[in-house]
Design a binder for this molecule. Sequence first.
Ligand code: TNX
Length: 504
Amino acid sequence: MNSHDALAPVPLPAALTWIDTPPFRLAEEAVLTGDPDAVAFAAELLRARTGLALADGDGARISLALVPGGQAESFRIAADTASVALTAPDAAGLFHATHALAQLVRRDRDGWIVPAVRIEDAPRFAYRGVMLDVARHFFPVDVVRGYIDRAASLRANALHLHLTDDQGWRIQLASRPALTERGSGTAVGGAPGGFYTRDDYREIVRHAASRHMIIVPEVDGPGHTHAVGLGYPELVEAPVLGPDVLATVEELGGEPPVAGTPYTGVAVGFSSLRIRDEATYDFLADVLGELAALTPGPYLHIGGDEACGTPAEDYAEYVARVTALVADLGKIPVAWHEVGAVPDRADETVGQYWDHVSPRAAAAAATRSFAKAGSRVILSPADAVYLDMREEPDSRGSLWADGHTSLERAYGWEPADVLDGVGEEAILGVEAPLWTESSTTDADLDELAFPRLAAAMEIAWSPAGAEGREWESFRRRVGALAPLWRRLGIRFHPSPLVPWVEEA
Ligand code: TNX
């Protein structure tokens, strides 16, 4: 390892060579030139990092240029004493290059520098996601924009929004106004609820696109649908108070769910849509049709998890109908891995795996079936990359995925080794979900997501064999991001496993 290696970016580039010449010096008179959008974004980010207002002047050059050829989202950086050149075949690649540059920038005794380096980089997986649960607690548009910025800075290109759950329905729809009129007023613990208007949602989509991310909206069903019954009682079954639900209520206090009354607890698996009633499918056609029209990205997530209140044959009927409906709308269905147990589903349905790094048999079999059908899988092993799991024994978050986790566990897994029969080709990508039973503010989201999101995104982006793609290097490179994160206002959890850098 070279003494510079703690300065290599996160996610680690596919190829990086330090060059033994004096660094490039960033000063007010350095010029940013090239693609106007990329220049504007680079000026904003470098100003946040250094306080310098670059962009006009007649000094040394930082250039950002679109150059045809190469993999989508790939980029190159060539920095030496005289200049810094960022090139990419597409705008997303230049955007990623700009974030890598912001990570390379640091101070020496004489001011701001970019060390001389050559980087060639490209993503391992096409889908690199984060999920935000805005149903258990609601987060306003500006918080979602901030979460998009943070995730995009680590190469995420998809934000999966968990828009609906037992505790609230968070997207206003013209076809079904009572969903938000009656179903969005509260959240877990009786916290204030909220919802996105269609314009709010368009703004989230627009902001995500400006950060080269798509939105993957989720309407969960047939379970996790108690809030639907507040506006449309005829569409839902009575709550099923099974032993798990009653045990959760017993353990955590609060009231069991009551039909027609907002639910503010954290039990799961008690609600179900009415599967044998055509009105349910009219409802889904309205809701998913509107969401599809509002969503430019290719995916619609249909949930499908923890439907413990739905008999198995009804669940199969639901999955067959709803995946076909999404496919007819011209979108690719995405579903939690339980859906894989239903053979009759739209073939292109992507499965999202949320069991552990070492799978249990049922989850493994269900997930394998997506690959067998010729479709693909998104990996979200809960004990590694569920950001709402507790990072330390006594930090914020939940414990159900095998106790507390750690930054090292978030980093220490190999996607192609999780499931037999789901190798590299069958993996669409990696997603780090954040369920929000225990978080209410943007500071809570920061504390849970950072630094573990950096681990999840390095797993998703960096080739397994790249030099430095290992824990010792990763923890030092993450530590070196502290000055940048502080400047950007990211309130990361100060993991004791990381040598956090203080900048003079
Ligand atoms: C399981 S993981 C859920 C969510 C909860 C989460 C945390 C998954 C697909 N479903 O409904 O928020 O546990 O308790």
